[in-house]
Design a protein around this ligand. Structure first.
Ligand code: PEP
Ligand code: MN
Length: 446
């Protein structure tokens, strides 16, 4: 998308400044992630990719960032336990500031008058308050967003380097959801057993070595960042060549992705991403045809490089079984190397009678279960999941063991865009998924 800045000269100057600033990530990290994704594509690792729908500049605070990292690392531990394979952790973090919108404008009735302004496209482009000044695209936000991404990344790297002990020790987790009536006694006791096994495993590992606060899967904690590559002026300004490597790297992030609304084969986003050396994600919605997906694979990964292309189905629970199998089958038959990552969030949006955008936890799980079933029946590895979540105690999605209701949605609805799983819902999802991955290990004899 090309942003209509009222002062194109100021936009050019901001992009020029971005071109001169240092990168946020390195090509070494990008290549390492590509290698990990290649493993995941073969079923040797599992990817947990999650975070806000839209980060905001105001949310760049120590508590919010710490809690987001914490929930992701805790979920990863639960998934390592279930899948019995290393988990690749990727945050929708440190740059997830641009949002595609279904409509370019938004109309509200204010004091009996209908007012139309540009939609809110995320803090990289304009501001959320419904005033003409806030909604006018502001090129300075590109530099602000770059700076906030750098600050976030710096803090995340420090936490990760320090081992971040409370992420890996269940005694520091908030397992309050286990106490709620929404969970059957069987599941509760199973989840408690899993938690005990994780705690014992960590104690055992630390008794063996001096890795007391280290991660449960024994290696360094790798953590990668990712955002939707929507605003091409911003992305291009930080896309560059590096010494002794071929190709161009987008060095604002390890893993840029293309969204459902901008993935046209002949569109600007695919044209931009096709020139990148980074691994690239692309959303695949229920209207995609197998031919279209194959054409995208050929365009975005012409050398059929492993780990290069992540396809992210986001079908919705009611469409998975009809829409997904022909696509997965066509990709397999063509021999296209892709890393399949399920997004059970974006096909399951709904609006309550009161006009609040939400998702049902149960629909998200259903989508995930069906997707796992499709991959298992076709014998293709599902390499991971892509989830919208936050480490905070928000009330944006319905359901989960705590049984959030439509009334509850009003009490702490904070998202700048789509509804996210809260801390408890996210951890519960990890337990459900971990259990399911453990079961499929059983049936596949690993
Ligand atoms: C998103 O990931 O926030 C998003 C907008 O997804 P999609 O492009 O799949 O609708
Ligand atoms: Mn979203």
């Amino acid at each position: 998308m090309s942003v209509a800045y009222p002062d194109p000269e100021a936009a050019r100057a901001a992009a020029e400044r971005l071109r001169a600033l240092p990168p946020l990530v390195t090509s070494f990290e990008v290549e390492r992630l590509k290698a990990l994704l290649a493993d995941a594509g073969e079923g040797k690792r599992f990817v947990l990719w999650g975070g806000d729908c839209a980060e905001t500049l105001a949310d760049c605070t120590p508590d919010t960032v710490t809690r987001k990292l914490k929930i992701l690392l805790q979920m990863a531990v639960v998934l390592v336990h279930g899948a019995k394979k290393p988990v690749v952790r990727i945050g929708r973090l440190a740059g997830q500031y641009a949002k595609p919108r279904s409509s370019l404008t938004e109309t509200r009735v204010i004091d009996g008058r209908s007012v139309t302004l540009p939609s809110y496209f995320g803090d990289l482009i304009n501001r959320a308050p419904f005033t003409p000044q806030d909604r006018t695209p502001d090129p300075r936000l590109m530099l602000d967003a770059y700076a906030h991404a750098a600050i976030t990344l710096n803090f995340v790297r420090s936490l990760v380097d320090a081992g971040f002990a409370d992420a890996h020790h269940p005694e520091y987790w908030d397992l309050g959801f286990l106490e709620h009536a929404g969970l059957s006694a069987d599941l509760r006791s199973e989840y408690q057993t899993i938690t005990r096994q994780i705690a014992d495993g960590i104690e055992f590992a630390s008794a063996l070595g001096d890795n007391a606060s280290g991660p449960a899967d024994g290696g360094n904690i790798d953590f990668y960042v990712s955002h939707e590559a929507l605003h091409l002026e911003y992305e291009s300004a930080q896309t560059r060549t590096v010494p002794r490597r071929r190709g161009h790297y987008n060095l604002t992030t390890h893993l840029p992705w293309i969204g459902e609304r901008t993935r046209a084969l002949d569109g600007a986003h695919v044209e931009y991403a096709r020139g990148l050396a980074n691994p690239v994600g692309i959303k695949v919605g229920p209207k995609s045809s197998p031919q279209e997906v194959l054409a995208l694979c050929a365009r975005l990964n012409p050398a059929n490089e492993p780990g290069k292309l992540a396809l992210i189905p986001r079908m919705g629970a009611s469409s998975v079984n009809s829409a997904l199998p022909p696509i997965v089958e066509a990709v397999r038959r063509a021999g296209a190397r892709v890393v399949w990552i399920a997004d059970p969030m974006h096909g399951n949006g709904l609006v309550t009678a009161g006009g609040i955008k939400t998702r049902r936890f149960e629909d998200i799980l259903e989508d995930l279960q069906q997707t796992l079933g499709v991959f298992a029946s076709l014998g293709v590895p599902l390499a991971g999941v892509h989830i919208e979540l936050t480490g905070d105690d928000v009330t944006e999605c319905l359901g989960g063991a705590k049984g959030l209701t439509e009334q509850d949605l009003r009490s702490s609805y904070q998202t700048a865009c789509d509804p996210r799983l809260n801390y408890h819902q996210a951890l519960e999802l990890a337990f459900v998924l971990g259990r399911r991955l453990a079961q499929s290990r059983g049936t596949h004899g690993r």
